[in-house]
Design a protein around this ligand. Structure first.
Ligand SMILES: Cc1cc2nc3c(=O)[nH]c(=O)nc-3n(C[C@H](O)[C@H](O)[C@H](O)COP(=O)(O)OP(=O)(O)OC[C@H]3O[C@@H](n4cnc5c(N)ncnc54)[C@H](O)[C@@H]3O)c2cc1C
Ligand SMILES: NC(=O)c1ccc[n+]([C@@H]2O[C@H](COP(=O)([O-])OP(=O)(O)OC[C@H]3O[C@@H](n4cnc5c(N)ncnc54)[C@H](O)[C@@H]3O)[C@@H](O)[C@H]2O)c1
Length: 456
């Protein structure tokens, strides 16, 4: 039994909890998988590096629109893959080495589970270590959910954990799901020349987005990929290098590879939470208060393990808050979940923050809405844009912005002034006219959207 001041389970955002405040303390860092967690190894970072390559390919394909003729000679998948992981893998290895051999942390490379309120059992290979700590942080992340119709069928399938490491591009891929991961990989694979089929149970893709964005994105998705909506998968079979999904309608959707992207569940099932008396929500998340505390004194949680948002910027924010709270018990900071933005790096790109129009109306606000087309600005003319929109939702009485929903190039960057305005309580007219907007930058889309809102 070894006692620590702090034990951290999971090295995604959990890794950043080892601040200089712990320089003279004993810290255990426990990791059963890759150091750096999901975002670095199998999430945000590699996916966006693939997206960038996909966008270069799309730019070449679309260049004739601007009078610039070019042809895409080919896509070297292994080179794309190896450039990406050639950069990421050494960072993972360096992070692991720093915790294993670096100062004041003890790294346990194995699976942790609770055996008591502040007591862990860590399985490292055949060896078991007992760890106790004054404070324990659960930062165990989440994992892909695979529907039984697939897992019970015995067909080969990928999740986001494995698909980026394949050796050859398939000629076709069927993606199960219509959310963030499905939309991003559909973009990557189709831009790299793969025939993409999407099968999702929702009536629209990205159905949690604002209704207009979700509807218009679904229409554009249908033009790029073979999209099957409202589809229930009842089984799957494989033969001769093909996987076929059997839909309740009787239809078969087949392709060379299957990627399952049907949501992610918190890694809390094999954590022995019951033995420690740690409460969870109905969806498996660890229950925490606004400071990141569980119901068990000294046990904290953050990120995908406990957060309602499965986003890296949220996990990082929560880690910063918990890092402060661990060493300032009399001056606790609260999580700020007021205006959590997100972006889907698909084609076209999507970004959103705050309430959808429907949610704003339901909230009782006196809603005013402006949808600004990119094509109505000078930069949009340069891009020959016909589909991109910037939608702002505001309160007519207070003039405060309630939400923004963007579909088009650079959506994830263009939305930032709105996130800033909402976070600092600036009104739409203040943001629109209280500063210069560079002409004729794409940001004029944001300026025009704000100016187009009607107030009394
Ligand atoms: C394909 C994909 C793309 C994504 N893209 C984006 C994006 O563009 N932007 C964005 O904001 N978010 C994105 N996300 C979400 C983002 O990756 C996560 O929200 C974030 O990484 C969560 O961080 P975390 O620290 O909570 O968990 P993780 O980073 O998952 O870390 C948890 C760690 O805990 C370890 N662990 C779990 N259980 C145990 C145990 N019992 N014992 C020991 N170790 C354990 C795991 O091995 C893991 O390393 C993406 C996710 C995926 C899957
Ligand atoms: N750019 C980003 O920020 C980014 C990128 C990837 C992932 N993520 C995070 O990871 C989370 C998980 O991503 P995800 O795409 O797996 O989940 P998701 O919740 O975004 O989407 C799941 C999709 O699968 C569909 N689905 C669920 N069960 C199904 C079934 N049995 N048959 C057919 N369709 C089914 C749902 O209708 C939905 O369209 C996201 O919610 C997001 O928070 C973020």
């Amino acid at each position: 039994m070894t006692h620590f001041d702090l034990a951290i389970i999971g090295t995604g955002s959990g890794n950043s909890l080892v601040t200089p405040d712990f320089d003279d303390k004993r810290v255990a860092v426990i990791e059963e998988g890759l150091f750096g967690g999901t975002c670095l190894n199998v999430g945000c970072i590699p996916t966006k590096m693939f997206v960038y390559a996909a966008e270069v390919a799309d730019t070449i394909r679309g260049s004739a629109t601007y009078g610039v003729d070019s042809t895409l000679d080919g896509v070297r998948w292994r080179d794309i893959r190896d450039r990406i992981f050639g950069r990421i893998d050494p960072i993972e290895a360096g992070g692991r080495d720093y915790r294993v051999n670096g100062p004041n942390t003890t790294a346990y490379l194995g699976h942790a589970e609770f055996v008591g309120p502040r007591e862990l059992r860590v399985q490292v290979g055949d060896h078991v270590d007992e760890v106790t700590a004054d404070r324990i942080v659960i930062a165990t992340g989440a994992h892909s959910v695979v529907p039984e119709a697939i897992s019970q069928s015995g067909v080969p399938f990928h999740t986001s954990d494995t698909i980026m490491r394949i050796d050859e591009l398939p000629s076709s891929i069927v993606i199960l799901g219509g959310g963030f991961i499905a939309s991003e990989f559909a973009h990557v694979f189709s831009a790299l020349g793969v025939d993409v089929r999407v099968v999702t149970r929702g009536a629209r893709m990205l159905r949690k987005e604002d209704e207009r964005i979700s509807a218009e994105f679904t229409a554009l998705a249908d033009r790029q990929w073979d999209v099957h909506l409202s589809a229930e998968v009842v089984g799957a079979k494989s033969s001769a290098g093909e996987v076929a999904l059997e839909l309740a309608s009787g239809e078969l959707v087949s392709a060379e590879l299957l990627l399952v992207a049907t949501g992610r569940r918190p890694n809390t099932e094999r954590l022995g939470l019951g033995k420690a008396g740690i409460a969870t929500e109905s969806d498996g998340r660890v229950t925490v208060d606004e400071f990141g505390r569980t119901n068990v004194p000294g046990v904290w949680s953050l990120g995908d393990a406990s957060s309602p948002y499965q986003l890296k910027h949220v996990a990082n924010h929560e880690a910063r808050v918990v890092a402060h709270n661990l060493v300032h018990p009399d001056d606790l900071q609260a999580f700020d979940h007021r205006f959590v933005p997100s972006a889907v790096f698909t084609h076209p790109q999507i970004a959103s923050v705050g309430m959808t129009e429907a949610a704003a109306r339901e909230s009782g606000a006196d809603v005013t809405v402006k949808v600004q087309e990119f094509g109505g600005t000078a930069y949009g003319w340069a891009m020959e844009d016909t589909t991109s929109i910037f939608k702002v939702v505001a309160d007519r009485r207070t003039k405060l912005i309630l939400g923004a929903h963007v579909m088009g190039p650079m959506a994830s960057t263009l939305i930032q002034p709105i996130i800033q305005a909402m976070s600092f309580g600036q009104t739409a007219p203040e943001v629109a006219r209280g500063q210069y907007w560079i002409h004729p930058a794409l940001a004029e889309v944001v300026e025009n959207a704000l100016l187009g809102l009607e107030f009394d």
